[in-house]
Design a protein around this ligand. Sequence first.
Ligand code: GDP
Length: 196
Amino acid sequence: PKILSAEFVVSAHQIEQLPGGVLPEVAFWGRSNVGKSSLINALLHRQNLVRTSSRPGCTQAINYFLVNRVWHFVDLPGYGYAQAPLPVKEKWLRLISTYLETQKRLRAVVWLLDARRQPGPEELDWLDRLRSWRQEVVVVLTKADKIKRGQRDRRQSEIAAQLAPSGVKAQDFIWFSTLTQEGRRELWGQIMRFLS
Ligand code: GDP
């Protein structure tokens, strides 16, 4: 779609702070530093709407963006930031679990994996939970420009093999690069399928 407007709405630190209303939403999620902020900016053709962070894990809030005045894009705080203190981690876990389990307007979760990194037990665990919460998941392999074309098939099979117990399939992966814009159209296609 043509992006007519994209604006920041709210940064929710507690579930009560989520915006009300009826607009359908799509959430973006992955390990911190996976390229989530860059991907959202690329989708919306904005340079810096979502601030890319030099301090990974420093955002522990759910950030809402209003797109074309009809959809919400939801930037979820990334997981896997080891250095956060335990109480911060626990609060984060409660916030994110409550959101993913109860948000009725959430149509799909765009799940980001760094194409260079082999997913581990943490990824499988989250995918299992997403499935138990009956969320639709769109799997995106980020930083695609870092993987040579000739290595793509093997990389994709390796990731798919690791994620197989969760029911995720390799043919559903979307390769995405903010540098080349590869995958942008395909990902928008998936997103629109859930938003319309
Ligand atoms: P976030 O923590 O998940 O929001 O990740 P960021 O969007 O801040 O990106 C983390 C790092 O990865 C930054 O240094 C980005 O420049 C880099 N990055 C993000 N997307 C891409 C991509 O498509 N290709 C490459 N080569 N680097 C990327």
